[in-house]
Ligand binder design. Structure first.
Ligand code: ADP
Length: 343
C-alpha cells in the first residue's frame, strides 16, 4: 500500500519570507518530522513556475539552492526515503501533463483566477505562462495523487481548480486521478480554521509577498535580524492607540498579533489577551521586533550548518523516485487520452 501524499511547492523567484514559512513550509515540515510513518511528504521547488513573473535568470540556480537550504534549516529531514525534495523541471512529466490538461481547461475558467487578475493588472506584457500557472500547479499535485496540499490562503483558488480539473478528467476517463481534499478539510487536517495570510508590514492591505515592489514590509528569513526588527518598528498601524485583533479595522496591529502568535506557537486569542488595550504601539512593536530578531538569529544559525552535499544527495534520490511515480501517472493519462496503447 502506498501512503497518502502531503505535497507543497514554493517558487524560487526570491528569498522566502515568514509568510511562506508559516503558511506553507512549516505545516509540511512538521508533518515530515513527526508523521512520515503515515504519509509520504513531497516538498519541491517549482522552478518552472519561477519565471511566470520576470526574474533574473542568471540567478535562478543560486535561488533554487538557497530555497532548498531554507527548507533544510527549517528542519526538513533529508535522509528519509519517504520525504522527497525535488526540482519540478527535473521531472519532465510535470510539463507533459500540463499540456494534456490544458486541452481540457476552459479559457474562461483560467481568466477568473484571482492571482492571474492581480498579477496581470497593470502589467504591459502579460505572458501565457502566468495565465497557465494553475494548470502546471494542478499537474504538480495530480501526478503524485496528493491528498493534502498545505498552501497559504492566496493559493486556495488554485487548489479548487485542481479539484475541478481532476473531477472533470475522472468523469470523462474513469477515475484517472486521486482528488485532493477540499480547502476546508485541508485546514482541518493542519489544525487551522483558515488559510494563513500574513500581511505586508508597510501596507497591511496587501499580503506579504516575495514579489512585492518594496522589501520594506517583508521579513525575509535571510534578513539581518536588526534590519528585520527595524521593519517591525516602522510597520504601518492606525491611530486608535489600543491593541486589538480586528483585521478589518486594525489590519496592521492585527498582523503583528498574528506574527507574534506564530512565533510563540500560541493561539492568537491568548496573544491578544496578553496585550489587549495596550496604548503604546511603540512598546508593543518593540516586543514583536525583539521576538522576530530572536527567531531569525536562531534560524540563521541553523542555516549556517546546512550541508550542501546532503541536499544534493536528497535531490538525486528524490528525483529518481519522483520520476517513477510521476511517469506512472502520466502513462495512465496518456493511455486514457489515446496517446499510448492501453495495457
Ligand atoms: P509569494 O507570493 O511571496 O511570491 P509564493 O506565491 O511563492 O509566495 O507562495 C509560496 C507559498 O507560501 C504558497 O503556499 C503561498 O500560499 C504561501 N504564502 C505566500 N505568501 C503568504 C503570506 N503572506 N501568508 C501566508 N502564506 C503565504
Amino acid at each position: 500500500m502506498t501512503k497518502p501524499v502531503i505535497l507543497t511547492g514554493l517558487r524560487a523567484n526570491n528569498d522566502l519570507h515568514i509568510g511562506n514559512y508559516f503558511g506553507a513550509m512549516l505545516p509540511t515540515i512538521e508533518m515530515a518530522k513527526s508523521h512520515v510513518d503515515e504519509y509520504q511528504i513531497n516538498m519541491f521547488i517549482p522552478d518552472l513556475h519561477s519565471f511566470t513573473t520576470p526574474i533574473d535568470h542568471d540567478d535562478l540556480q543560486r535561488q533554487v539552492w538557497s530555497n532548498a537550504r531554507l527548507f533544510a534549516a527549517s528542519g526538513l529531514p533529508l535522509d528519509n526515503d519517504d520525504i522527497l525534495l525535488y526540482r519540478q523541471s527535473y521531472v519532465p512529466a510535470h510539463s507533459e501533463l500540463t499540456w494534456i490538461l490544458d486541452c481540457f481547461t476552459g479559457f474562461g475558467e483560467l481568466s477568473r483566477m484571482t492571482q492571474f487578475k492581480d498579477k496581470s493588472q497593470g502589467a504591459e506584457d502579460v505572458k501565457v505562462g502566468l495565465f497557465n500557472y494553475p494548470v502546471l500547479m494542478a499537474s504538480d499535485i495530480l501526478l503524485y495523487g496528493a491528498k493534502y496540499v498545505p498552501v497559504g490562503d492566496d493559493q486556495s483558488q488554485h487548489l479548487e481548480f485542481t479539484r475541478d480539473i481532476a473531477g472533470r478528467m475522472n468523469n470523462k476517463f474513469n477515475d484517472l486521478f486521486e482528488v485532493p481534499y477540499e480547502v476546508s478539510k485541508q485546514h482541518e487536517f493542519f489544525g487551522k480554521g483558515q488559510g494563513l495570510r500574513i500581511m505586508d508590514l508597510a501596507d497591511p492591505s496587501k499580503k506579504m509577498s516575495k514579489s512585492a515592489d518594496s522589501d520594506k514590509g517583508v521579513i525575509f528569513l535571510t534578513d539581518e535580524p536588526g534590519a528585520a526588527a527595524k521593519k517591525v518598528m516602522s510597520a504601518t498601524t492606525d491611530d486608535r492607540a489600543s491593541v486589538n485583533y480586528n483585521t478589518i479595522e486594525q489590519p496592521g496591529i492585527s498582523n503583528l498579533l498574528q506574527i507574534l502568535s506564530l512565533l510563540r506557537g500560541h493561539p492568537i486569542e491568548d496573544v491578544e489577551t496578553a496585550y489587549k488595550g495596550q496604548s503604546s504601539y511603540g512598546d508593543f512593536k518593540r516586543i514583536v521586533a525583539d521576538e522576530v530578531a530572536e527567531f531569525l538569529t536562531a534560524f540563521q544559525a541553523k542555516l549556517a550548518d546546512v550541508n550542501d552535499d546532503a541536499i544534493k544527495a536528497a535531490f538525486e534520490r528524490s528525483e529518481v523516485r519522483a520520476n517513477e511515480q510521476a511517469n506512472a501517472t502520466l502513462l495512465r493519462v496518456q493511455q486514457a487520452v489515446g496517446l499510448r496503447q492501453k495495457a
